[in-house]
Design a protein around this ligand. Structure first.
Ligand SMILES: O=C(O)CCC(=O)C(=O)O
Ligand SMILES: [Fe+2]
Length: 318
């Protein structure tokens, strides 16, 4: 028989919210007016800088906070008609560009993913229902963006803005710190060894090749642990496989479910958080951008994965 205190001790903790900031109606309308007044680019950044968004706190949370993700709510996004289809969404696009620029981030796409698209539409796509990708409908397991690429080629920050979520599918998020706390010391030691094989994401067109890399899944960088655990990863021996299985189970167990609503913008540190998505049953449309402060591999706002894996002057060990 278990006592109540034992039950509490074994209960799985849930990821707490990082910074949440909601604009009031007047602040939202003022930001909309500023975004609509100017053309794209610099004007978006200036509109965001002039808004009521607490940019310093957002930056401090993303780059140095204990819970490095932020939910910004009630932002002015494009109103959709009843029979909307995915298409241009100038307000949502301006917000992604403006907020990331105001945080000192550079946006980029990959040459080999979605034809180099920088602002990407995230929605279910016919034929991809069963895939582990943001075009799928089945639950998308916890992952980081582009885990198979070296850190300098991975997004530092992922940004997702919601235009529609009729399906009420949750975006799931968990920090490395909280996932770590669920694991045994032996599993954590195992995750720090280069005993894991990561394979390229399905969203990349690798010209028929299979790109793999062997790496640790957990590493301390600048005093904080980071992960590069993705969906497509195998342990190279049974103890490594047991450790990654435990890691994925823990990430699933502690993840916070955020049902984004139109006007919600989620920003997360992609080195220090994992994210995923529940199953999608109805309509849904987010816009996404990858951002980074590390622009060494960027050329004309693009990273080529072939260039990244061949680059001599970056760390390829993690
Ligand atoms: O659709 C979501 O909520 C998240 C999907 C995702 O993981 C992504 O687009 O990177
Ligand atoms: Fe993702």
């Amino acid at each position: 028989m278990t006592t109540i205190s034992e039950q509490q001790n074994t209960a799985v903790p849930r990821q707490g919210l990082g910074l949440v900031h909601t604009l009031d109606a007047a602040e939202r309308d003022a930001l909309r007016a500023r975004l609509q007044a100017g053309p794209a680019g610099v004007a978006c950044r200036e509109a965001v800088e002039a808004s009521a968004l607490p940019l310093e706190r957002i930056g401090a949370t993303l780059f140095g906070g204990d819970v490095p993700f932020c939910l910004l709510r009630n932002l002015p996004v494009d109103a959709l008609a009843q029979d909307w289809a995915v298409g241009p969404a100038p307000l949502a696009s301006s917000l992604l560009v403006g907020v990331t620029a105001a945080l000192g981030l550079a946006n980029f796409g990959y040459v080999e993913e979605k034809n180099g698209a920088i602002l990407q539409d995230v929605h279910p796509i016919g034929g991809a229902e069963q895939t582990q990708s943001n075009a799928g409908r089945v639950a998308f397991h916890m992952h980081v963006e582009s885990p198979f690429l070296p850190r300098a080629a991975r997004p530092e920050v992922g940004a997702l803005i919601c235009l529609n979520n009729d399906s009420a599918a949750p975006t799931r998020i968990a920090t490395v710190d909280l996932v770590k706390r669920q694991l045994s010391a032996a599993h954590l030691v195992a995750l720090r060894q280069p005993d894991f094989r990561l394979r390229h994401d399905q969203s990349f067109d690798v010209n028929g090749y299979t790109l793999t890399v062997d790496s640790a899944l957990l590493k301390e960088i600048d005093g904080r642990d980071e992960t590069r655990c993705g969906v497509h990863v195998d342990g190279l021996h049974p103890a490594a496989q047991a450790a990654v299985d435990a890691w994925k189970r823990a990430a699933d167990a502690v993840a916070l479910d955020l049902v984004l609503e139109p006007g919600d913008l989620l920003l997360f540190n992609n080195y220090r958080c994992m994210h995923g998505r529940g199953a999608v049953e109805g309509r849904r449309w987010l816009k996404r951008v990858y951002s980074t402060r590390d622009t060494r591999l960027l050329s004309d706002r693009l990273i080529s994965m072939w260039h990244a894996v061949g680059a001599r002057d970056i760390d390829h060990s993690f």
